[in-house]
Design a protein around this ligand. Structure first.
Ligand code: CTP
Ligand code: MG
Length: 246
């Protein structure tokens, strides 16, 4: 049976926009990309990755307020970059790891918008997530799911290996998913998850799982790929040209 949060268009855009805040952790150093500047500030076809990510959230039509966590030394320049691009967002100093950056931005977001019902946690590095994915995540939370993640099926076979790289098992690929962002949460659930969290977690939904709260999935999109390496940046350039001509 199709879960109720898989049904599209269950809420109007204005109802969503009243309720939803988005957090964009952008305080990483981008070491694997190797540009010598924070990854969020690396330009793709003339605009910083972060500007693409924030524009995507604001134009999806379901986000009321955006809070960005920037490297502490780059807070002012990041705020200026966004303002110059006509993208309203609050910029706060990020922390030592992604979890800390999200925690700081979440605190700010729920102070700025105390009646927020839905919190989206995105990544500056997934700057080209299509608006339909953002809307589907928000819709699913408003339809009653406490936590929602966009996912894709695995294209490759996956092996579990030991410390020496010897194969231990071949998990059933049909039951595995690749996880993307934005991840969406009922505001109270995410607050509870972060209150219970230790120092560091790989993803926000993982913190909610630890509470024993179910995490729902909606279809993700290949364009929501994460820019991590120079190869990914080349793919992102191609994605953006495809979006611009479509
Ligand atoms: N991030 C953050 N604060 C940190 C570390 C990461 O806000 N202290 C953000 C990044 O800016 C990015 C997202 O979390 O948008 C995902 O992290 P990742 O892809 O690892 O980005 P970087 O940490 O910048 O890259 P690297 O690990 O290669 O240095
Ligand atoms: Mg990192």
């Amino acid at each position: 049976m199709t879960p109720q949060w898989d049904r599209p268009g269950s809420r109007t855009g204005s109802e969503q926009a009243m309720n939803t805040v988005a957090i964009v952790p952008a305080a990483g150093r981008g070491e694997r990309l190797g540009f010598g500047v924070p990854k969020a500030l690396v330009p793709v076809r003339g605009s910083a990755l972060l500007a693409h990510a924030v524009r995507g959230l604001l134009t999806a039509g379901c986000v009321r307020h955006v809070v960005v966590a920037a490297p502490p030394a780059e807070v002012e320049s990041t705020a200026k970059l966004l303002a110059d691009a006509g993208l309203p967002a609050d910029v706060v100093p990020g922390g030592a790891d992604r979890t800390d950056s999200v925690r700081r931005a979440l605190r700010h977001a729920l102070t700025a918008v105390p009646d927020a019902r839905v919190v989206l946690v995105h990544d500056a590095a997934r700057a080209f997530t299509p608006p339909q994915v953002i809307q589907a995540v928000v819709d699913a939370v408003l339809a009653g799911a406490p936590a929602v993640i966009p996912v894709l099926p695995m294209a490759d076979t996956v092996k579990q290996v030991d410390a020496a790289g010897v194969v231990l098992a071949t998990p059933d690929r049909a039951a595995l998913r690749i996880v993307q962002t934005p991840q969406g949460f009922d505001a109270a659930t995410l607050t509870r998850a972060y209150a219970a969290a230790g120092d560091s977690a790989t993803d926000d939904a993982g913190l909610v799982e630890k509470l024993g709260v179910p995490v729902a999935t909606v279809p993700g999109h290949p364009y929501a790929m994460k820019v991590t390496t120079p190869f990914d940046l080349a793919i992102a350039e191609a994605v953006l040209s495809a979006v611009e001509v479509s």
